[in-house]
Design a protein around this ligand. Structure first.
Ligand code: NAD
Length: 549
């Protein structure tokens, strides 16, 4: 059967109302934006939208037949039940990749997955909220802009930024670095991945030749010209060599699929034309492959620490390279910080995080109208203004037209209500609002979002569970609870949500509750951990925290 990977557009409904239709379109939109749609893999190596095609078809028909007061339950990508609930209840509840603590590891997960009993949901893959590369471009831009503030007087102009990986999420790096003013060199084993980013306008040049790439970097520094280069190669070969030769970038990070030592990371020596041999190696001797993969990650991470010692600003970009290197025997793997600890935590204290909205009509004009509305609503937010202008200039539409920006507590519900009013007035079509699972109150992940919490509660998973429960109680249309995300099974717990703006008065009420509750749990979590900025935010904005009154 030939599959259609395009999300429906226009006014014709496949489901019984817009609240269900938008979830249906978002599921299809995930596939439209997928890295490997034939395998249902959306991004992040193995992050899937449904367990298999039978499950996908059953989800589709369940949504088509779902009533306005029923809720569909999804267990690791498989539709398992439909129950009568309330009109204001979520229409879809999703749990992906969750295992009881003692069994929460790749070995056990892989066994179950091989038997067809589980699925890896990543973050927005299994919760149908992926919008292509814009989400991660915005987050990456935000991180590099914050890094520039902290280390380089507010700009990356003339700075050489080195990273690895140009896949689903990592493919955002070249453009984000360029948008922040820098010169990005991103190493990727697979030339096809680089070419795809080149075709999309996310990367300027591709080369197989290291010396040529360094020449281009040198010229760009001399000319102070923002640009991006994709170098075909393997990080585990190139970074140690650079560190040994004293070729030291201003900034070094990495976004290869290091969280998965078997199906993600490619061991040293493999890149370009011998990648098919690597696939054969993986299939024929997985244990030996894992050994080489772990050893390569150790060398890769050691080179980053070496570069840090020689003057680079080094940070981990949420792929657990440090954790893998430590497991492989490199004691000093955590010498450089994770990006949240280094740049994002203060934003989380104000309930800020990646808020995104998607035009269900498929018409880009709807998003351009909301761009205008958000700039009018928050005229003093310079970062927001810069981002929206850059996004309109650089970003192509991918799948259903979408926009993302970071909004905080007090801002999200105001803007959501404004958009619902625009839907009601017929200025735009229905909108789905969602966010990354990487948000202020929705994640526990000791190697990433909750690394180095000041009260030591990095691994406490009660917070994302409370966030998901509260989003259900507040009337979100979809709520998801996942294990694993970008760092791997057993290493994080996180939740996602979606609210559909159909223009109704009832939706105004849901907006008021969900978009205060959701970022409010972030303010609460950080205030509880003792962060002064979060306590101040709670006091100023009237978030009720019983132990801090
Ligand atoms: P992906 O699998 O689509 O892309 C990773 C790329 O790395 C692939 O193209 C692969 O060919 C390449 N690669 C693998 N080993 C390599 C090596 N040794 N040298 C050079 N290239 C190599 O995955 P993705 O969606 O791009 O995600 C990348 C990683 O980032 C994952 O671990 C993911 O969990 C993590 N992630 C972090 C964040 C964040 O919040 N910062 C967000 C999303 C994903």
């Amino acid at each position: 059967m030939t599959r259609e990977y395009k999300a429906p557009r226009g006014n014709e409904l496949h489901c019984k109302n817009w609240r269900i239709e938008a979830i249906y379109r978002m599921l299809h939109n995930n596939l439209e934006n997928a890295e490997r749609p034939d395998d249902l893999v959306i991004y992040g190596g193995t992050g899937k939208a449904a367990r298999n095609w039978d499950c996908f078809d059953a989800i589709k028909s369940s949504l088509e037949n779902l009533e306005h007061d029923e809720t569909l339950l999804i267990q690791s990508g498989k539709p398992v039940g439909v129950f009568k609930t309330f009109e204001n209840s979520p229409r879809v509840l999703i749990c992906n990749s969750n295992l009881v603590g003692n069994w929460s590891n790749w070995e056990h997960f892989n066994k179950l997955e091989a038997q067809g009993l589980m699925m890896y949901g990543q973050m927005t893959a299994g919760s149908w909220c992926y919008i292509g590369t814009q989400g991660i471009i915005q987050g990456t831009y935000e991180t590099f802009a914050e890094l520039a503030q902290k280390h380089f007087d507010g700009t990356l102009n003339g700075k050489f930024c080195l990273s690895g990986g140009m896949g689903g999420m990592s493919g955002a790096q070249p453009l984000s670095i360029k948008m922040a003013g820098g010169i990005g060199l991103v190493i990727e084993v697979d030339p096809k991945r680089i070419q795809r980013r080149l075709d999309a306008g996310f990367c300027d040049y591709i080369t197989q030749d290291f010396d040529e790439s360094m020449e281009m970097v040198k010229n760009a520094i001399a000319e102070n010209e923002p640009m991006s280069i994709g170098l075909v190669g393997n990080c585990a070969d190139i970074l140690p060599d650079m560190a040994a030769r004293g070729i030291i970038p201003d900034v070094v990070t990495d976004q290869t699929s290091a969280h998965d030592e078997l199906n993600g990371y490619v061991p040293a020596g493999y890149y370009g034309s011998n990648l098919s041999e690597c696939d054969d190696f993986r299939a024929s001797d997985p244990q030996k492959y894992i050994g080489q993969s772990m050893d390569s990650m150790k060398k890769h991470c050691m080179a980053m620490v070496d570069m840090q010692k020689q003057g680079s600003v080094a940070f981990d970009y949420g792929n657990n390279l440090r954790g893998q290197a430590q497991k492989a025997g490199f004691e000093d793997a955590f010498a450089y910080p994770g990006f949240v600890l280094a740049y994002v935590r203060p934003l989380f204290c104000e309930g800020r995080g990646p808020f995104r909205w998607i035009a269900q009509s498929g018409n880009p004009e709807d998003i351009l109208a909301t761009d205008k509305a958000i700039l009018e609503m928050f005229p003093d937010n310079q970062l927001l203004k810069n981002w929206i202008e850059l996004a309109e200039e650089y970003l192509p539409w991918e799948g259903l037209p979408a926009r993302v920006c970071w909004l905080g507590y007090g801002e999200r519900h105001k803007f959501a209500k404004k958009m619902n009013q625009m839907v009601r007035n017929g200025e735009i079509g229905p909108i789905a609002i969602t966010r990354d699972h990487l948000d202020s109150g929705s994640v526990a992940s000791p190697y990433r979002e909750t690394e180095g919490m000041q009260d030591g509660t990095d691994a406490v998973a009660d917070w994302p569970l409370l966030n998901a429960l509260l989003n259900c109680a507040s009337g979100a249309d979809m709520v998801a609870l996942h294990n694993g995300g970008g760092v791997g099974i057993g290493l994080s717990q996180h939740s996602g949500m979606m609210v559909v703006l159909d223009g109704s008065e009832l939706t105004d009420q849901r907006i008021e509750r969900v978009f205060k509750s959701d970022p409010g749990t972030g303010v609460m979590r950080h205030a509880d951990a003792g962060y002064e900025l979060a306590i101040k935010t709670a006091k100023e904005k009237g978030v009720k925290l019983p132990m801090l009154q």
